[in-house]
Ligand binder design. Structure first.
Ligand code: ATP
Length: 286
């Protein structure tokens, strides 16, 4: 399987800090929907920044090893050039908003990269439509709700047509409905354009229907980078990481262990219920 991002023997420390990432070797598969999981402070945000060259080339710090994005080392490349191919949405998304109107916000980076005005207008229109904000070009940012502003930032990211989108806790400020709707949207984009998605999310439950692969960090070290199913098993074996496994999979892996059976790759409660019923588990007995 072709990889789009590769970290080799990567170590990183912010200025004056201890090592935040240690000996990281991993690949992100092209076209995957990869979740980055791990306890607080494990280095997930730092890993996102390393995948886009911000760490260490914008923020400074000490590092060794290499990060390759789409076949090229981030070393010696401008962060803004990488940004044309890898969209990044950080957790404090409000601080990434720079304009007065929704249209200007989406157009901003396109204009910076020298796209012709007609192309900018067309991409802006399409990106706003893709995120469910059609025709909102002239809206002031303060006329949009928090969730809409987050969608707007996604539109600005999409308008560049990145091959990869990296998102750090993108639904942290949303209620569960908002979170589900943003992730559904992201999945639709992933399906429609084949965009590789990398998302840091401590509530992996939200992503169970969509995730293909998972990277797990703990205390700056890589626990595993594997298919979702294999990585979930590895997490389940670790007491500290087990609570981060989606609730449905905690049930699945618990039943498998207790009864020595192998169950299907549940993605929804309905699938789980159907299989358990077929096997003769009545509600509440599992
Ligand atoms: N700019 C910085 N300067 C110095 N240390 C930092 C900086 N940013 C993060 N750190 C430290 O690096 C470590 C990893 O932080 P990081 O934010 O990458 O982890 P995380 O897994 O994303 O955490 P969380 O889930 O809490 O967001 C932490 O100990 C944090 O305090």
């Amino acid at each position: 399987m072709e990889s789009v991002i590769r970290l080799e023997n990567f170590y990183f420390a912010y200025n004056k800090s201890e090592l935040v990432l240690q000996d990281i070797d991993l690949e992100i598969k092209k076209g995957s929907f990869t979740v980055v999981a791990g306890p607080s402070g494990a280095g997930k945000t730092t890993l996102c920044k390393a995948m886009t060259g911000i760490v260490p080339f914008y923020m400074g710090g000490r590092y060794s090893g290499d990060v390759q994005v789409l076949g090229e080392s981030t070393k010696g490349r401008r962060v803004s050039d990488i940004a044309m191919r890898v969209g990044l949405m950080l957790e404090d998304y409000e601080s990434q908003l720079v304009s007065l109107t929704a249209g200007e916000e989406v157009a901003f980076s396109l204009l910076n990269h020298g796209f012709a005005p007609e192309e900018v207008a067309e991409r802006t229109r399409k990106a706003l439509e893709d995120v469910g904000l059609p025709g909102r070009e002239s809206y002031q940012l303060d006329e949009l709700s928090g969730g809409q502003r987050q969608r707007l930032l996604l539109a600005a990211t999409l308008a560049v047509h990145p091959e990869i989108i990296v998102l750090d806790e993108p639904v942290s400020a949303m209620d569960p409905d908002g979170a589900h709707s943003l992730y559904e949207l992201l999945y639709a984009i992933h399906q429609r354009y084949g965009t590789t998605i990398i998302v840091v999310e401590h509530r992996v439950d939200y992503l169970l229907p969509y995730v293909t692969d998972m990277v797990v960090l703990k205390e700056g070290q890589l626990v595993t980078a594997d298919t979702f199913a294999a990585a979930a098993r590895t997490m389940y074996e670790d007491e500290e990481l087990r609570p981060l496994v989606p609730a449905l999979w905690q049930v699945k892996l618990g039943v498998e262990r207790r009864f020595g059976i192998t169950l299907g790759e549940w993605r929804t409660e309905a699938e789980a219920a159907a299989e358990l019923q077929l096997l003769g588990f009545e509600g509440g007995n599992a």
